[in-house]
Design a protein around this ligand. Structure first.
Ligand SMILES: [Fe+2]
Length: 217
């Protein structure tokens, strides 16, 4: 197979099929082997990674990024949580509140992912974006407490898309949560957790997408 060709899968046909063939068509070829490993370790993390990767590409197009920038953002979006391969499965799948030690284990995934991607020969850009995707605009994130523009642009984008996906996923269990409520959480953390320019841009993008969906429905 050509290294540049996308992974092509049949459309999902059943929950069982999705479980065993979870790699999305938009997944860059370089990311697919690692995402397959992640799917075998924790399918929920792999699906989240793929949704974030696809949404990063779509939001990046809305931002009119160049093709190179879009490729880098998309690849990093698909791989941002690959360090969860190092997180014990019992913690990833635990129901209920995590202990402080368990939360610390989870937090190790950004450095673990960056180190793994370095070993696997990914570019320094992709390694850094992964390492810093949990940094906060106000410096209160991890692993290094970078702030503002010290945080790579793509990490700041992934931070927003990652949070939006986590809120949307929770919504499945709390049906009263609306897409608009998820977006209001993003807005309320603009300038603290999220880049104060990118957060409203993401809201504009999402509202546009919601309006398009309603027109089609
Ligand atoms: Fe993460």
């Amino acid at each position: 197979m050509n290294a540049d060709s996308p992974i092509v899968t049949q459309p999902d046909q059943s929950p069982l099929r999705r479980l065993f063939h979870p790699i999305r068509e938009e997944c860059p070829a370089q990311a697919a082997p690692l995402l397959r490993r992640l799917a075998n370790w924790d399918v929920t993390s792999a699906r989240h990674s793929q949704r974030v990767g696809a949404a990063c590409r779509s939001f990046g197009m809305f931002l009119s990024l160049s093709e190179d920038d879009l490729e880098r953002l998309t690849l990093a979006g698909f791989l941002h949580d690959i360090g969860k391969l190092s997180t014990p499965r019992a913690i990833l799948t635990k129901d209920g509140r995590l202990t402080d030690d368990e939360y610390q284990e989870i937090k190790n995934h950004s450095n673990a992912g960056a180190d793994l991607l370095m070993e696997e020969g990914f570019s320094q850009d992709i390694v850094s974006i992964t390492r810093y995707h949990h940094e906060w605009w106000n410096g209160r994130g991890y692993p290094e407490g970078l702030s503002g523009m010290e945080i790579p642009f793509e990490s700041r984008v992934i931070g927003i898309v990652d949070a939006w996906d986590a809120i949307s996923a929770r919504r499945a269990y709390h049906r009263q949560r609306t897409d608009f409520l998820a977006l209001s959480e993003i807005r309320s953390h603009a300038g603290t957790q999220f880049d104060p320019d990118l957060a409203p841009a993401f809201i504009d993008y999402s509202v546009q997408r919601l309006a398009e969906q309603r027109r089609v429905a």
